[in-house]
Ligand binder design. Structure first.
Ligand SMILES: Nc1nc2c(ncn2[C@@H]2O[C@H](COP(=O)(O)OP(=O)(O)OP(=O)(O)O)[C@@H](O)[C@H]2O)c(=O)[nH]1
Length: 331
């Protein structure tokens, strides 16, 4: 069964086969789906015809789910044309057009799973950026655990020397998942920590080095210099090593997360996003907005507090989780 057919079936409440990952996405997106389906049901409860009022209300539903203004307008404009083209009049025809347009928004982009490409012959370095409290350390810990379970040798570097608490927190995670943490003194130079960590990674022939960094957006110049210096050390010591820069964002902060992403994008070359706490928000539409407006791939999503709830982002599973049993079905 093609993916679109699977969504269509789930959309109307028909049973479809689900993998463990599908179920994780479904569960993680429960709040978003509930609020989205309530709003959609309300919209269709008053459905008479597809007129401008209908599109206005649909825009409100999408914006209310944090799909973002730009993306919402794009979707509703495309839908206006589609409805005309198909001469869709009744509720089912319009619902089908809506879901097709939303899925298309994804298919037009990259539906490949944007997994981190690990260096097959040596070390890969992942730099984690993002403001305090977004779940950066938790993400590093979970990811370290997953790579380790997959048989990789992982090393962590406590590059957030700005807060003593951040170093300790990373060490706690290191102990919990049994991964070594390279650290320096609080207030020290983060690039020096990176230098030491790179040396150790080389000595130990590690596969992955994950570097925590401080995320002081209020001081952009400092932040930029600090990140650039760390990158220079990595480039110099490991000239041919792939470097990922993952920006961690808290999905529950909605449009504020968008703003952070824009600011970090100006500060450094972000290669991917991690969106944490998607399970904690009813506004999971933020993924659509980010994907459409920022042009940075979402690489991981946090769908719960468990170790395995950090999942590689799969656009198909996401859209499925958003729509399954959407209309006329109690969740
Ligand atoms: N429900 C849920 N909780 C999460 C997720 N990711 C992280 N958390 C929880 O959020 C809490 C930690 O969040 P933060 O205080 O932002 O974590 P942190 O690692 O200290 O954040 P940084 O300051 O960014 O390093 C922990 O209780 C985590 O279990 C997620 O995807 N879903």
């Amino acid at each position: 069964m093609g993916f679109f057919d699977k969504i269509k079936k789930a959309f109307t409440g028909e049973e479809v086969e689900k993998t463990e990952v599908t179920e994780k996405y479904e569960k993680g997106l429960e709040k978003t789906r509930k609020s989205f389906s309530e709003r959609m049901n309300e919209l269709f409860a008053n459905f008479r015809t597809v007129d401008e009022d209908f599109f206005d209300e649909l825009e409100e539903v999408l914006i209310g789910s944090d799909v973002g203004f730009e993306t919402t307008m794009e979707i509703t404009d495309a839908l206006r044309q589609e409805v005309k083209l198909r001469n869709a009049k009744n509720q089912n025809e319009v619902q089908e057009a809506i879901i097709e347009k939303l899925v298309e928004l994804y298919e037009r982009g990259d539906t490949e799973i944007p997994e981190i490409k690990l260096n097959p012959t040596g070390l890969t370095v992942i730099l984690f950026v993002g403001v305090n409290g977004v779940g950066k350390t938790t993400t590093i810990g979970k990811m370290a655990h997953q790579y380790q379970v997959a048989g990789k040798k992982v090393l962590l570097a406590a590059g957030d020397t700005f807060r003593a608490g951040a170093i300790d927190q990373l060490k706690v995670w290191g102990e919990r998942v049994n991964v070594e943490v390279v650290s320096g003194p609080a207030g020290g130079d983060p690039a020096a920590v990176v230098f030491d960590a790179v040396k150790q990674a080389k000595n130990q022939q590690a596969d992955i080095l994950m570097v925590d960094t401080a995320g002081r957006l209020q001081n952009k110049v400092n932040l930029m210099n600090e990140l650039e210096k760390m990158k220079r050390v990595i480039d110099r010591e490991l000239p041919d090593t792939p470097l990922e820069v993952l920006l961690v964002l808290d999905a529950t902060t909605g449009q504020n997360a968008m703003l952070q992403a824009k600011q970090f994008k100006e500060t450094t070359d972000v290669t991917g996003l991690v969106l944490t706490k998607l399970d904690g928000t009813a506004k999971g539409g933020i993924v659509l907005a980010i994907r459409n407006e920022l042009n940075i791939p979402v690489k991981y999503v946090g769908l719960g507090e468990g170790m395995d709830d950090l999942q590689v982002f799969d656009p198909n599973e996401y859209v499925f989780g958003l729509f399954s049993q959407l209309i006329n079905k109690e969740n």
